[in-house]
Design a protein around this ligand. Structure first.
Ligand code: 13P
Length: 249
């Protein structure tokens, strides 16, 4: 089963406008003509400007969140319609920083997932266990729960526009990575869980990215694992050289 490699950068709350534009321009040059799927998750306020830079390139424009509701009286929220209006095709949802810093629940994340899919966006749904959960031997249980809850009500046809990002929380921004074997084991577990929720075909087709201190030095070994189909990159996505090097791995 040939799944395309999908590398996404999550810029988080970093860059300023000038840096964002320069980074996007450099990536368009570096990734030109390369196979695979690439996406950058850009801060809301720079989406419009960065969108103009990546337009027509092989880099998808992504947002880092979206409202669960349509346009209306929702102060501070950004809708799917607004994102699509500036060229966004993809949205990162359920990131651990939103789960644990902002307190987003699985229920809210699921509403956002369904809203984004219903409105034609592609979703990168992030899941992953805390260190204490891993140490308690609950990593699989947590991932299974987050998958079931996040995908509740999502049809098998819609699932074709969903990518899963497995990001063990203890590996995010810490310099610690899951070993390729440990990451592979959870990726396989998640794929089998998708088979239970949908079908073997859906499980074989879905792209599962690894995230958590992925960098040029460890990307090759992680991406060589059978069930690791790509990466969701934080820190190393903020430099064109390191992001491109991961894409080349
Ligand atoms: P780091 O690559 O900085 O560990 O971040 C990973 C991440 O959270 C991507 O969404």
């Amino acid at each position: 089963m040939a799944r395309t490699t999908y590398i996404a950068g999550n810029w988080k709350m970093n860059t300023n406008k000038a840096d964002a534009l320069a980074l996007a321009k450099a990536l368009v040059e570096r990734l030109k003509g390369k196979g695979g799927t690439y996406m950058i998750g850009v801060p809301f306020v720079y989406l419009d400007a960065v969108g103009a830079v990546v337009k027509g390139s092989n880099i998808l424009l992504g947002a880092q969140d979206v409202a669960a509701t349509a346009n209306g009286a929702h102060t501070g929220e950004v809708s799917t319609a607004m994102l699509k209006d500036v060229g966004v095709t993809s949205v990162i949802l359920g990131h651990s920083e939103r789960r644990h810093e902002i307190g987003e629940s699985d229920e809210l994340i699921n509403k956002k997932v369904r809203r984004a899919l219903a409105d034609g966006l592609e979703v990168v749904l992030c899941i992953g266990e805390l260190l204490a959960e891993r140490e308690a031997g609950e990593a699989e249980q947590v991932c299974a729960f987050q998958l079931s809850a996040g995908l509740a009500g999502v049809t098998e046809a819609q699932l074709k526009r969903v990518t899963i990002a497995y990001e063990p929380v203890w590996a995010i921004g810490t310099g610690k990575t899951a070993t390729p074997a440990d990451a592979q084991a959870i990726h396989r577990f998640c794929r089998d869980h998708i088979a239970k929720l949908y079908s073997r075909q859906a499980a074989d087709d879905i792209i599962i990215q690894y995230g958590g201190s992925m960098k040029p030095e460890n990307a090759k070994e992680l991406l060589a694992q059978e069930d690791i189909d790509g990466g969701l990159i934080g820190g190393a996505s903020l430099k064109a050289d390191s992001f491109a090097a991961i894409c080349e791995a």
